[in-house]
Design a protein around this ligand. Structure first.
Ligand code: FMN
Length: 273
């Protein structure tokens, strides 16, 4: 059986990459094959998808990190460009800080239109959650530190091995259970809302600190940033990952997080009551 996994994963944490590689290891069990394709730059990825030979594969996997209870916007838009995949089987997975929201549900909705039969999926793998929103709280969600654990990685490999059996079964049912519901968080955090609620990029930009190294432009999946010769932020949609701000070695990008930090503080107060 030939499988391919398309996955997205940020360089800072690489949680989804680790899980994708382990599932791939499982899918290669008994001389089966599995290719891994990293989605990294939306425009290039869409071009690649358009000339991709899906006929070479029996099973197609999609793996993403959870961004605001959804798949990252760049991946969502890329999936919309996938061709019709009738007679093909697929599976989905994500990693998250603990609340995957409606991520797999959203992906399934797009892929249903392509005719892909989703035979399995898992949205409970955890990954170390590092976000600018936590910067006053140590920079990361403490409960997610160290994930995915060795046990979770082993579980991902077993998931891959089981997939071979399922994909080879001509009567394998479609998986429909856990992604049929949208929860309150995912209903609220729509892509449109995210663009408004989160800080504007770049906020303050310190030209005197910037060395024009280009890391921010390189890392941006949506190519929102171009070097000219300093980073210029285009007026196009954004994943709102803020990895550009996080990765800048000179701290030349500085967004205003006051509103989000007080939101988190209130949330924590409520939880502690
Ligand atoms: C922009 C952004 C938004 C996130 N939103 C959520 C979320 O809504 N729920 C959640 O549980 N984790 C969330 N996380 C945590 C990531 O889903 C988690 O760290 C994931 O494993 C990252 O995968 P990666 O290392 O492959 O990029 C978010 C992380 C980032 C960077």
């Amino acid at each position: 059986m030939n499988s391919v996994i398309f996955y997205f994963s940020q360089v800072i944490t690489g949680n989804t990459k680790k899980i994708a590689e382990k599932i791939g290891e499982g899918l290669r069990y008994n001389n089966n094959s599995c290719d891994l394709i990293l989605l990294r730059k939306m425009k290039k990825d869409i071009e690649m998808i358009k000339s991709f030979n899906f006929d070479d594969y029996d099973l197609i996997g999609i793996g993403v990190p959870v961004y605001y209870f959804h798949p990252p916007y760049s991946v969502y838009l890329t999936l919309k460009e996938f061709p019709i995949l009738k007679n093909k089987k697929g599976f989905l997975f994500c990693t998250s800080g603990g609340n995957p929201g409606s991520t797999l549900f959203q992906i399934k909705k797009v892929l249903d239109k392509k005719g892909l039969k989703i035979i399995d999926g898992y949205d409970r793998w955890r990954g170390w959650d590092v976000h600018q929103m936590y910067r006053n709280f140590g920079g990361y969600l403490p409960a997610s530190k160290g994930h995915p654990t060795p046990e979770e990685l082993e579980e991902a490999k077993k998931f891959g091995i089981k997939l071979i059996e399922k994909a080879n079964d001509p009567n394998v049912p479609e998986k429909t259970d856990f992604w049929t519901k949208e929860n309150a968080s995912s209903k609220m955090w729509t892509y449109e809302y995210m663009q408004i609620w989160f800080p504007k990029l770049p906020g303050k930009f310190y030209e005197d600190r910037c060395t024009q190294c280009g890391r921010c432009a390189e890392i941006c999946p949506m190519d929102k940033i171009i070097l000219s010769p300093y980073p210029k932020f285009l007026d196009i949609p954004c994943n709102r990952c803020y990895i550009c701000e996080l990765i800048c070695p000179e701290k030349a990008i500085e967004c205003d997080w006051d509103k989000q930090i007080s939101y988190l503080e209130n949330l924590m107060k409520k939880k502690n009551k």
